[in-house]
Design a protein around this ligand. Structure first.
Ligand code: FAD
Length: 543
């Protein structure tokens, strides 16, 4: 099959808030390619409910947002990064408004500049702009329609990046730079070459590595795995955030049951009807997210149950329907009437705090390669992400990326031609069951052994299994033609290994990382966990 070769100034892998905001931030004179492995809007961004944090109210302050973020991060945030992101917040919200995002308006108490602000966990002020309870949809659809109208941006949907192309692919080349990516066209089955002067990873998080997740199927850590293979450092992968209550139902993967339900009096119950949260925390169901998630996990492991229940049926039916119309309707479709029945729930992997290490210009270790959004580790979140800071981080780091690219344009030439993807030694896969089996096994042992409550014994058990599956998949990968599932599984295994390695290194409990072997915080462990690949090369001083 003939190979297509594409050339652009900037290649963006991913089309969530990070990828699309970058495409719109770049100078219109640049040719830009956006690669997206499904349709453009499919990613975590479109499912974001709460909103985006920024200091917009006159009674709020940058200092207060900075302090709240540092506190949530449990001593591991990079204060310089926190200040940078928080300071860029208001301008980025104005940028979204200019692009046409319709945030919820309000002139009364709790509003600023005509927009309604909510307050979420960890924030000491009202500072979250939102579009009702579907902020992500408002942001994603607006950015999508803007990008589709942008003549310099070429969109490649149903295309999945397989690996980065670097100077290592050019034998004997003395340089050290990212040149593009090999990309599988899911329509034709062909792996094409995409070359660019600058490449940006905006592929989202890695939460599909767990059995239960609030994330869509695309969150398979592809960018983190690709960067790691290309020689970039990765940091803080032990800090995976779990949302306490995701609906447990075979037909309802990834449906979140908002914390507001607990705020309105919903109780967590065991299968026999016992209310258990008061045994764990004086605040009971209103304890912080990580405490609730840990308590549920503890009870599920103790009893060997697949889920617990969240019950709001003691509140009047019309109140429940008026306050939670979406949840009521969705559960009713599945035969659960939340005005009468308890809702089966499990905690679910929600957010990847770690990722590809970048500096304050969004540069990774590999010259020419940037990372933005959930793929990146910037230092903003530390050991725990504060609600609504993640969309803000996407916007700010894409702004920083665009600026840095702009400043380097004059110095960076187009890359030379590179060898096409080599398929000469592979055949059609003979046993797809290997992929589906290993995928299920991975997600199950990550849930059981590397989930909310960890021990060294469980982590080592997981490491042995991850190593074995990785060997099998590397072998499979080198013999058979690549497919979407194979690419994702290979990346998930890579990311699982990074999570386990980070978790084994952190010998304390801090923020989202909780281990029974070291149940306390150790003040001496105040740095990020940084993993260095064998192929790592420090950047030169000139790029
Ligand atoms: C249910 C839910 C609710 C949330 N609520 C909030 C909230 O209220 N406020 C907040 O700040 N955050 C919230 N978050 C987190 C926030 O939505 C995400 O962190 C953020 O949207 C990530 O944006 P992103 O652009 O980095 O990645 P995503 O939006 O996940 O986009 C990733 C993109 O990369 C593409 N991609 C991935 N791999 C490849 C590949 N190999 N090749 C090509 N394309 C690829 C995907 O198809 C997708 O287009 C929520 C998350 C979830 C799941």
């Amino acid at each position: 099959m003939p190979v297509n070769s594409h050339r652009h100034d900037v290649l963006i892998l991913g089309s969530g808030a990070a990828g699309l905001s970058l495409a719109l931030r770049l100078n219109e004179g640049l040719s830009v390619a956006v690669i997206s492995k499904r349709e453009l809007s499919e990613g975590s961004t479109v499912y974001a409910q709460g909103g985006i944090s920024a200091v917009l109210d006159a009674t709020d302050s940058i200092e207060s947002h900075v302090q709240d973020t540092l506190k949530a991060g449990a001593g591991l945030c990079d204060p310089e990064v926190v200040r940078l992101v928080v300071e860029r917040g208001p301008d980025n919200i104005r940028w979204l408004l200019d692009k046409g995002v319709e945030f919820t308006r309000d002139e009364g108490h709790g509003s600023a500049g005509g927009y309604h602000l909510t307050r979420e966990g960890g924030h000491t002020h009202r500072r979250v702009v939102h579009a009702a309870d579907a902020t992500g949809r408002a942001v994603a659809t607006t950015l999508e329609s803007q990008v589709r109208a942008q003549p310099n941006v070429q969109l490649f949907e149903q295309h999945i990046a397989v690996d980065l192309i670097t100077t290592r692919h050019l034998h004997g080349h003395p340089g050290h730079r990212c040149l593009g990516a090999y990309v599988l066209d899911l329509g034709t089955g062909r792996v094409d070459v995409f070359l660019a002067r600058f490449v940006v990873l905006a592929t989202g998080g890695a939460n599909k590595v767990y059995l239960y997740t609030s994330n869509p199927d695309v969150s398979t850590g592809d960018g983190i795995a690709m960067a790691w293979r290309a020689g970039c450092r990765v940091a803080n992968m032990e800090f995976m955030q779990f949302h306490p209550t995701c609906l447990y139902h075979p037909q309802a993967r990834s449906f979140l049951i908002t914390e507001a339900l607990r705020g309105e009096g919903a109780r967590l119950l065991l299968p026999d009807g016992e209310r258990f949260m008061p045994r764990f925390d004086a605040r009971a169901e209103l304890a912080p997210r990580d405490i609730v998630a840990r308590a549920i996990d503890h009870e599920m492991k103790r009893l060997g149950t697949e889920h617990v229940y969240l019950d709001i049926s003691h509140r009047p039916a019309d109140f429940v329907i008026a306050h939670f119309p979406t949840i009521h309707a969705r559960c009713l479709e599945l035969g659960i009437d939340i005005t009468k029945d308890p809702i089966p729930v499990v905690p679910a992997a929600h957010y990847t705090c770690g990722g590809v290490l970048v500096d304050t210009r969004a540069r990774t270790d590999l010259p020419g390669l940037y990372a933005s959004g959930e793929t990146a580790y910037t230092g903003l979140h530390g050991a725990n992400r504060m609600a609504s800071n993640s969309l803000l981080e996407c916007l700010v780091y894409s702004e920083l990326t665009a600026k840095d690219i702009e400043q380097q344009l004059a110095e960076v030439a187009h890359p030379p031609a590179v060898p096409p993807w080599d398929e000469s030694r592979v055949t059609e896969p003979d046993e797809e069951v290997v992929v589906t089996h290993n995928w299920d096994e991975l997600r199950r042992f990550m849930w059981d052994y590397v989930g909310i409550v960890r021990t060294n014994k469980r982590l080592r058990r997981a490491k042995r299994r991850a190593d074995l599956l990785q060997q099998e998949i590397i072998e499979y990968y080198s013999h058979f033609r690549v497919s979407n599932d194979l690419i994702e599984l290979r990346n998930l295994l890579e990311v699982a290994d990074l999570i386990i390695q980070c978790a084994l290194r952190r010998r304390e409990s801090r923020g989202l990382h909780y281990t029974l072997d070291f149940p306390d915080k150790d003040p001496s462990q105040r740095g990020p966990t940084i993993l260095i690949p064998d192929t790592y090369r420090p950047r030169g001083g000139t790029d």
